[in-house]
Design a protein around this ligand. Structure first.
Ligand SMILES: C[S@@+](CC[C@H](N)C(=O)[O-])C[C@H]1O[C@@H](n2cnc3c(N)ncnc32)[C@H](O)[C@@H]1O
Length: 203
């Protein structure tokens, strides 16, 4: 994959060695534990330093963790080794990536944001990677987060809403779809009260 400015930006952030969003999974993902069974094939997209992918692996899932940053994924592999779990990793740009044809029982997308048209295309592409009756989970910063310092992008077009996800996943059934504020405590970059959208959808 040719390196892009986005890749260089994230590699540089992660290279400083700091664990930007902590090593524990998002609380939202942890609350969904009852939906997962050992052996499920999971895709952790834009998994960064691996906190969510490694936690899924610790639940017995067979996890592929992908991200544009090789440096982030190096940290993810180190975290997996410290927790004694298996984690497959792949560097990819989600805006052009073709997921494996074998499909996934669960796709987990935590805190990754793209401009409107790109987001729709990425969601179409990744939806195709979900097996029939498989799950797609998202936690993303909401448009109302614009201007808050507790995390997420500043550009409104990159922020999410319930309506945007209803549209992107209109062929799925929504098991949960909520927007509102939560108190984040995830490493130095996600701290304090934040507006979020949380989705669990089934194909
Ligand atoms: C805010 S971080 C979230 C990381 C992780 N999901 C977490 O919750 O800890 C956003 C991640 O998206 C990745 N990313 C940004 N653009 C990407 C792209 N086009 N394809 C794949 N990953 C990308 C970055 O490298 C970064 O790890």
């Amino acid at each position: 994959m040719p390196s892009t400015s986005e890749q260089m930006r994230w590699d540089q952030r992660y290279r400083a060695g700091e664990i930007l969003f902590g090593e524990e999974p998002s609380l939202f993902l942890r609350e969904q534990a009852f939906r997962f069974t050992p052996g499920m094939k999971a895709l952790a997209v834009a998994d960064g330093q691996g906190r969510n992918g490694v936690w899924l692996a610790s639940q017995g899932l067979d996890v592929l963790s992908v991200d544009i940053s090789e440096t982030g994924l190096q940290h993810a592999r180190e975290l997996a080794a410290r927790r004694s779990v298996a984690l497959q990793t792949e560097v990819c740009d989600l805006t052009t990536w073709t997921p494996p044809l074998t499909g996934f029982d669960v796709v987990v997308e935590i805190s990754i944001h793209f401009p409107g048209e790109v987001r729709r295309q990425v969601h179409r592409n990744l939806s195709d990677a979900v097996k029939p009756r498989g799950l797609y989970l998202i936690e993303a910063f909401h448009e109302n987060q614009c201007g808050r310092a507790s995390g997420g992008p500043r550009d409104r077009d990159m922020l999410s809403t319930r309506d945007k996800l209803l549209e992107d996943f209109r062929e799925f059934s929504f098991l949960e779809l909520m927007e509102g504020t939560v108190l984040l405590n995830e490493g130095p970059r996600h701290q304090g009260e934040a507006w979020m959208v949380r989705m669990v959808a089934q194909k």
